[in-house]
Ligand binder design. Sequence first.
Ligand SMILES: [Zn+2]
Length: 165
Amino acid sequence: MTASNAARLPEHPRPDLYQLLDLDPSTADAAAIRAAYRRAALALHPDKSSSTSSAPPDAFMAVADAYRILSDANLRTAYDQWLAAYQASREPHFTVDLDDMVPHYAPGADEDGDDEDPSSWTHACRCGGEFSVTVEDLDQGVSVVQCSGCTLRCRIVYYTVDENA
Ligand SMILES: [Zn+2]
């Protein structure tokens, strides 16, 4: 069997195949990948869905595709290499402290803003565009945002406050 007969990585693979299967890239072995696929497929398979609501077929296809790639040792190696390069290309160009960004308050919030937490923040980019992030983004762990007007990316650093303290 020659290399040309081997399964190929898609030209534009998804960067989240491990997340799709809820796997840790550094520890997932073949058995873990198989188990994770069964779990995800069972939850998403159209035949398993109730008649009133069916999971989008796209979600099932994405999981099946993730398993196809990650369960093949050669494909997984190729994917890991692609992913490392992809993530390197996503590295932020600079960082900005959330405290240095311009806070925005939700419409209807107290005009003083004294007791309200901002709902989003923006930071002007030298291109005239801006970086923006919302509370929801931060809650979801988003820390790198792209400028609205150019290809620059910045990492937002902030310190969470334990409100129960
Ligand atoms: Zn910009």
